[in-house]
Design a protein around this ligand. Structure first.
Ligand code: KG4
Ligand code: ZN
Length: 343
């Protein structure tokens, strides 16, 4: 007899994107996301505005996800939601909504760690994605995190290295702010970099006490001083050289990331290498990682573009694995702004 399909509704609200998805087992039936343009003018996410926008978006986004999937809420087996890490006010909107709906439908509630979800997005069944075998290395690069992980099972993550200050997404976004670009600047740097010379300017790689750790606050300061110096000579320096500056900054950041990955492969002997998180949408990191297949003999895993930045489908796939293992949450499950990768 054919096994009954499991339908899970998942909700993501950790930062400034409200997401809802419906998965049928490990396949995505719908993945809806509502971004928040309101933060662009402020140069970063304003937590108070983010939680207010989540409240406006959550009902229509969930409604759309169910409609697009062609699934009635009474056909759902469970509800998964992001319990953390993230902005407390934002997390509370998704958490409260998920709890209420699970009580109303009398189905299990599954709390999901957002950072595990970025990594496990690789296990969504998609034609364009291949699934890594355990153990594999994953560099999780986002607006809030920069980590190199050894992933030994769906629920076994070891941090081999991480940033000691800013996340790599912040390095992109803060540089973009210095260049007068709106938030989030990462995708814009990627766009302008395509027309620029990546070798036009170089910035020294910040040193860290541990070989697999990262530091990006010094990098950002180096760019600030560089821009101030050049603007003294030519006030139009940024305007006249935007493409070259973006290409060079991006190239330097990608070099830092790839150098750390090379060290991690060397130290662990693991050649299955994945990237995850918002910055894994970057075209240069995607291309450079892919080129390591020929250059270094790595087997690389690059997530489908849709699953790089924050989305609910990645929450759904973790929900699915937890559902199979009956790892359910209780109605008193709490949103947590800080959360370790294994929690
Ligand atoms: O994973 P994510 O959506 O949210 C967090 O969990 O932090 O990551 C957002 C980060 C932002 O810093 C954004 O600028 C960056 O990902 N990002 C990019 C690109 N697309 C998104 N950075 C560089 N190039 C991109 N194409
Ligand atoms: Zn994220």
């Amino acid at each position: 007899m054919k096994k009954k399909a499991i339908h899970i509704l998942s909700i993501e609200s950790s930062c400034d994107d409200t997401g809802a998805a419906v998965l049928e087992n490990n396949k995505v039936l719908s993945n809806i996301i509502a971004g928040q343009k309101i933060h662009a003018a402020y140069g970063g996410v304003v937590p108070e505005l983010a939680s207010r926008a989540h409240q406006q978006h959550i009902v229509p986004v969930v409604d759309q996800a169910l409609k697009k999937a062609g699934i009635d809420k009474n056909e759902l087996q469970a509800i998964a939601f992001t319990k953390g890490p993230g902005l407390m006010g934002s997390l509370l909107v998704g958490t409260s909504f998920a709890k209420s709906l699970s009580i109303a439908l009398n189905i299990p509630l599954i709390p999901v760690n957002h950072m595990q979800a970025h990594v496990l997005a690789h296990f969504i069944d998609e034609e364009t994605q291949k699934q890594p075998p355990f153990p594999f290395l994953c560099m999780t690069i986002s607006g809030g995190h920069t980590q190199i992980l050894k992933v030994s099972a769906y629920d076994d993550f070891e941090i081999l290295g991480e940033t000691i200050d800013d996340a790599v997404g912040e390095a992109f976004d803060k540089t973009a702010k210095l260049l007068g670009l709106p938030y989030p600047g990462g995708p814009l740097i990627d766009k302008y970099a395509k027309e620029g010379n990546p070798k036009a300017y170089t910035f020294s790689e910040p040193k860290t006490p541990k070989p697999l750790d990262f530091s990006f606050s010094g990098f950002k300061t180096a760019i600030l001083y560089f821009l101030q110096k050049e603007q003294k000579k030519n006030p139009d320096f940024i305007k006249n050289n935007l493409n070259d500056i973006c290409a060079s900054v991006q190239h330097n950041i990608v070099n830092i990331l790839i150098n750390r990955m090379k060290k991690a492969v060397q130290l662990t002997g693991i050649k299955h290498v994945a990237i995850a998180g918002g910055v894994s949408a970057n075209s240069e990191i995607r291309a450079t990682l892919k080129s390591m297949e020929n250059e270094m003999g790595w087997i690389t895993y690059i997530p489908k573009f849709e699953y790089t930045t924050d989305n609910a489908a990645m929450i759904g796939i973790v929900g699915y694995f937890k559902y199979l293992n009956k790892k359910f949450g209780k109605a008193d499950a709490l949103a947590t702004s800080r959360l370790d990768i294994n929690d």
